[in-house]
Design a protein around this ligand. Structure first.
Ligand SMILES: [Zn+2]
Ligand SMILES: [Zn+2]
Length: 323
């Protein structure tokens, strides 16, 4: 953690240290699992040291500050102080359900360096539909998304990795269409979560485009496609936002996609507290770690860090407006 932020203390409450800690923090907020999603290995829970500051400031266009992780509690002001100290001067706080949508509105009203994005996450949409609670939840999202500092509808989309059943996919597709139309009606950006569902995401976007048009800006959050999806994004002027995985050794396809995109369609994000960039993979993530991802992106593209940072900051303002 950066100098001025609290130092992890070995005498922290026991629920921060037990393996498989509950998915809810003591104050009721959601928590990241203390084990790796893929390997099941215990994660290191100390925040990584602050990276070298960026020469040109940027914004993190996708983070979840309501999600707890690590050995210390970091509030939204501390998170943004730590970020600003390394040249990350703003962030988009993203909600996935009604509870985090309410958190998001409070956070953006309390912290001027934050903007908001609000939606029902595809996995939540599937669960809510199965329980007959989708409409009620979506009505709250519609209302809160109208807030002037909520600048995007998201994260919405399709997740065929976590939701496996056919009915779940159908519910996600219907929810995705509803969110696309909401963003269009509000004139706000759309943030897409696309996990193992590239084909259907693109198909639905194009169907909605033909039927009534798309929102003013379309962003693939945590872009996970290869060169084909990058070409599709470039063709339609859709933005690709890159997170920690672009720094992982194995992800050559992701870096190839990154190289194919025009600079003005590239964004950067943490998806914190998840997807911590190399070399701190598995530890807690937060907006102050953006410089690690942005530097890796500049290197992959053979560009100057300041040049890419300037372009990313300009695109972030194009999509979300002023912070
Ligand atoms: Zn996502
Ligand atoms: Zn996310």
């Amino acid at each position: 953690m950066p100098d001025h932020a609290p130092t992890p203390d070995p005498s922290v409450p026991e629920d921060y240290r037990t393996p498989h800690a509950p998915s809810v923090a003591k104050d009721g907020g959601p928590r990241r699992d203390t084990r790796e999603e893929k390997t099941g290995k215990k994660r290191r829970l100390e925040y990584p040291p602050a990276p070298e500051p960026l020469p040109v400031p940027v914004m993190d266009n996708h983070t979840h500050l309501d999600f707890r992780d690590g050995l210390v509690h970091v509030d939204v002001h501390q998170a943004m102080d730590a970020a600003e100290a390394v040249g990350v001067v703003g962030a988009v706080q993203v909600a996935c359900d009604v509870e985090s949508a309410r958190f998001t509105v409070q956070a953006i009203e309390a912290e001027p360096r934050l903007l908001g994005a609000i939606a029902l996450h595809p996995n939540d949409a599937a669960r809510l539909t199965a329980r007959g609670e989708f409409e009620e939840a979506f009505a709250v999202i519609e209302e809160l998304a109208a807030h002037p500092r909520v600048r995007a509808v998201g994260e919405t989309g399709l997740d065929y990795f976590r939701t496996r059943e056919e009915e779940g996919h159908a519910a996600q597709q219907e929810s995705f269409r509803r969110h696309i139309r909401l963003a269009r009606a509000l004139g706000k950006a759309l943030q897409i979560h696309d996990r193992d569902a590239h084909e259907d995401v693109v198909r639905i976007l194009l169907e909605e485009k033909a039927a009534g048009g798309l929102p003013p800006h379309v962003v693939f959050h945590c872009f996970s496609g290869g060169p084909d999806l990058a070409r599709t994004c470039a063709e339609h002027g859709w933005h690709a936002s890159f997170a920690g995985p672009v720094t992982f050794k194995a992800n050559d396809g992701l870096r190839e996609a990154l190289r194919l995109l025009p600079q003005e369609l590239i964004l950067v994000e943490t998806d914190a507290p998840f997807l911590t960039p190399h070399p701190h993979r598995g530890r807690p993530n937060a907006p102050y770690l953006i410089p690690l991802t942005l530097r890796a992106m500049a290197e992959a593209r053979g560009e100057d860090v300041a040049d890419l940072a300037g372009a990313v900051a300009a695109s972030t303002r194009t999509v979300y407006g002023e912070f």
